[in-house]
Design a protein around this ligand. Structure first.
Ligand SMILES: O=C(O)CCC(=O)C(=O)O
Ligand SMILES: [Fe+2]
Length: 290
């Protein structure tokens, strides 16, 4: 960026300067960045930048002090962790990417209630994936599950689960997407994929612009199944079998916040039983309204 360009950057409030640099470094589309600045009231004039009308001069998460995401406290901590009154047991962990498998993340009653809430009123519908080109959500044969979605804090159970995850991971609840519930019937699977938004694809920009990268994924297993349905990391030869109430947490990025190629993972085909899971994606910054 030349010095003439630099001048208008310097006129931005400091939170917006950080936001801009982070997004440019991450490879976000400059056009999309410009559109977001414009939407937030920043206007480009012949004299540089006019901030008149800028909405409160705050980035979506500027109230929050920037925190680095890492899971070191879990790797070096206790086997039993009290998260908001729920005693969760750490069964094992793996490095690079950081992966943790927990028992008793949810009680059997909480699993059943979440399934019940998802099944009612025909909420479950065929799952989608993000299109790399335009970022839209598309049906795809690589993901043959049904899913539904709960907004953050949509009901007391969802809220309780979000608080628990926040306490365990030590990450603000506001930095999480809503909770997805998925149902895989016989043969249902989610073929190998990444949960992060790859900055090299055009379609990622609009997702990265709201809340930044998906730094980690938390899968909660809501049902026991007799065969198949593990969550497999093919690059590192690791597979976790569903256990009702268990949780699998894994980082999608390395310690520098860059997408981790070994976070490639798959929901293996269900051979016997119905697999229900809830997925929570944790973002780098605040996602949506607090
Ligand atoms: O079904 C699984 O075990 C994996 C689910 C998953 O990868 C996802 O929801 O992103
Ligand atoms: Fe995934």
């Amino acid at each position: 960026m030349g010095s003439a360009d630099q001048a208008w950057v310097d006129q931005l409030p400091i939170e917006w300067q950080h936001w801009l640099i982070e997004n440019l470094e991450r490879g976000c589309d400059p056009g999309e960045i410009g559109r977001i600045l414009h939407e937030n009231g920043f206007k480009f004039t012949d004299n540089g930048l006019s901030t008149r009308g800028a909405t409160d001069k705050k980035t979506p998460d500027s109230n929050q002090k920037k925190q680095d995401f890492n899971l070191d406290h879990l790797a070096s901590g206790n086997n039993f962790i009290d998260a908001q009154g729920q005693v969760i047991r750490l069964l094992g962990h793996f490095e690079n990417p950081a992966i943790f498998y927990f028992e008793d993340m949810l009680s059997p009653q909480e699993c059943d209630e979440l399934i019940h809430l998802s099944e009612q009123e025909g909420k479950l519908a065929r799952s989608t994936v993000v299109d790399n080109k335009d970022g839209s959500l598309q049906l795809d044969q690589r993901r043959s599950s049904d899913s539904t979605f709960f907004n953050r804090g949509e009901n007391p159970l969802v809220s309780k689960i979000e608080q628990r995850i926040g306490a365990l991971v030590n990450w603000p609840v506001t930095h999480g997407e809503g909770l997805q519930v998925l149902r895989y019937q016989h043969g249902g699977e989610y073929r190998p994929h990444f949960d992060f938004f790859d900055p090299k694809y055009e379609g990622s920009a609009k997702h990265l612009a709201i809340g930044g990268q998906r730094v980690a994924s938390f899968i909660l297993y809501l049902s026991d199944i007799a065969a198949g349905g593990g969550t497999r990391f093919p690059n590192i030869g690791l597979e976790f079998r569903p256990k009702k109430g268990a949780g699998l947490l894994f980082a999608n990025t390395d310690q520098h916040g860059k997408p981790h190629s070994n976070s490639l993972h798959a929901g293996m085909p269900v051979i016997e039983g119905i697999k229900y899971i809830a997925t929570k994606w944790l973002r780098e910054r605040q996602y949506g309204k607090s």
